[in-house]
Design a protein around this ligand. Sequence first.
Ligand SMILES: Nc1ncnc2c1ncn2[C@@H]1O[C@H](COP(=O)(O)OP(=O)(O)OP(=O)(O)O)[C@@H](O)[C@H]1O
Length: 511
Amino acid sequence: MQGQEYEIGLTVGDNRSDIFTFVISPESQIRKWEYVYIKAGETNLLGRIEDLLSKSDLLNDRMDYESVKKYTTSNIKDNVDICVVKIIGAVKDGIISRSRYLIRPGQPVFRATKEMLESIFKFDDQRSLEIGYLADQPDVKIFANINGLRRHLSIIAQTGAGKSHTAGVLMEELLKKGASIIVLDPHADYVLMKNSDKAIYRDNIKVFRTPMSTGRYTAKLGKVDEFTIKFQDLNDEEVREIMGIHENFVNQSKIVKDVMEKLTGRKDVDEFIQKSEQIDTEKRIAARIKYLKKIKAIFGDKTTDVSEYLAPSRMSVIDLSGLDQSLANYFAYKVISQAYDAKVTGSFEYPVFLFIEEAHNFAPPMKVKGSGVSQMLYDTIKKIAAEGRKFGIFLVIITQRPGKIDQDVLSQCNSQIILRITNPSDQKAILESSENISESLMSDLPSLDVGEAIIVGEIVKMPVIAKIRQRETEEGGLDVDIVEMLQKARMEAEKRNDPRAIVENVKKLME
Ligand SMILES: Nc1ncnc2c1ncn2[C@@H]1O[C@H](COP(=O)(O)OP(=O)(O)OP(=O)(O)O)[C@@H](O)[C@H]1O
């Protein structure tokens, strides 16, 4: 092992093979979550500081302020500083194995060196995705193992803690490795990644928008690709689904079928609406026709083909903004099922990474077997979660509601990046879905800062608390600076109420 060794304490008290305590040497400064090691023959037993205690018999909690003050001004100190360390494993040449060593009192404890930590957190260049650095040691970079994504990943955090930022970092790293990425983006949070000076992002990211998109960031983005459906390509069931008619509504479904049979002209949505209004004299599907009129902008001259959004070294952001959930489900189903088919049939040979933002809306727990698109979407996501790795299609599930997502899907994600979460029921859902995360790691979740994450599972050799690195691409959905926006609003109001402006306006009205 290279690097200078710093002895920072000596083990004391009763120790187990997985936990030990040590007393800190007076000159050492120690922080929670730091890594330390003790020697066991040829190997080093690496551990993480879980707790810090400073004890004093003299200055006890029965003393009043004045008495304590007297002691401290006479410089009398009897405090003992103790660290509790959880053993991670025995480390040799960057490989961690289970530790079964006995830890005796009096053994020297060393601070883990940068070289030692780097050897653990790095993989060879082909496999390494640089996602951040140690939360308390910014000079130690943290990498994720790309092969760890074979068993899927979930990114979980409460709102504003840094989920989209983290997912964006991962997309950047995957693109650098030549990955094919599809992003289901309900709020157009990722579209700005294309808006980059760097060729890798500018040339390889494509944004697809449905004609109903909210058009967020259009001024910055310029022209993007359209994701449309050609009405003529739809069958009866698909039209019924898009109109939001449940298959159990037999009469309404029959009307849709009858109308479809009667289409003779352009067979487009306008003809469908016109014929429906003629046939549906009892107005059984009037409300659904009204809805179809509202959403008919989604139909275009062609159905976007999978080959447009699935290509080697291409990231396709599918902007689903502006769609209600059932329509978003329809588009999500189209995209996911076609990508899955392309992998299963072998027509697309490269690995595909499927990022699902707001995944709780696309794969909620299905207590009773549903029907239609939402059930088909759920089944496909579940299939990918269970079997995707066999075919080379991998999920990255992003959610702020781990309790509101199907637990089978969540538990198939073998790696987790978990940012700040304070809600106990969300914490419970994470604990139940992951065997990688311990109660003690869980207890650190509420104290994480924005952008700090606990990373566990196959993508890392050992659980780690990391700060996710800065983004290279532009972020959407940044936090609004309320002070700045209110200042702008006040200036607008001042302009509006300026007597000269009022006179000008009156003059204009008189003209
Ligand atoms: N690692 C980081 N370094 C610096 N800034 C960060 C980091 N992570 C997040 N942020 C900032 O924190 C804010 C919230 O991040 P982000 O939008 O990713 O959160 P979120 O969890 O996706 O929130 P929401 O659920 O509302 O979409 C953003 O302004 C983002 O730039």
